[in-house]
Design a binder for this molecule. Structure first.
Ligand code: GDP
Ligand code: MG
Length: 163
């Protein structure tokens, strides 16, 4: 069975950039499904011969904090319903934001495998900045740069074990 990986996180952390990198690995079948509340993008990928599907849960521009909270909650609920694995993306440039804390709180209750991914670690100096994400209470994290691809192989290796 093909595992489904959902990418969640607040806007601008790099979810779509990571999605594109994952599905570009092979000729990706990407289509857009208009949900009631948001667009979702689905793609197919594989790692070491193991096929999996990826959902980019999208995200609209933020209207107000209330709308945002609601959107994030729906995004996470959707991921919980559909996905076998959840990739929670945060941004080392911004550090931990209140929304990250909110998402982490939701995810801590989840029984499915969760991969905390600290994105935008484009250079070694940023590895130190990533340490603060231990404070999200989700345990270990993976540092990656979705732009230059560093760290994504290690992330995929770890994910493949849970697929
Ligand atoms: P999303 O809203 O979470 O889907 O985020 P996007 O994928 O649209 O990316 C938001 C912004 O962050 C864009 O300007 C990206 O180019 C940038 N970005 C994404 N990944 C990285 C990264 O690894 N390093 C850096 N420096 N910027 C990134
Ligand atoms: Mg996006």
């Amino acid at each position: 069975n093909t595992s489904i990986v959902a990418i969640v996180g607040r806007p601008n952390v790099g979810k779509s950039t990571l999605f594109n990198r994952l599905v570009q690995r092979r000729d990706a079948i990407v289509d857009s499904v208009s949900g009631v509340t948001r667009d979702r993008h689905y793609g197919k990928s594989d790692w070491n011969g193991k096929e999996f599907s990826v959902i980019d849960t999208g995200g609209y521009a933020i209207g107000s904090d209330d709308i945002f909270e609601e959107e994030i909650r729906k995004q996470v609920e959707l991921a919980l319903e559909e996905a076998d694995l959840i990739v929670f993306v945060v941004d080392v440039e911004q550090g931990i934001t209140p929304m990250d804390t909110e998402v982490a709180k939701l995810l801590r209750k989840v029984k499915k495998p969760i991969f905390l991914v600290v994105n935008k670690v484009d250079n070694a100096m940023r590895e130190n900045d990533a340490l603060e994400f231990f404070n999200l209470g989700l345990g270990e994290y993976y540092t990656i740069s979705s732009i230059n691809g560093s760290g994504t192989g290690e992330l995929l290796d770890a994910m493949a074990i849970k697929m």
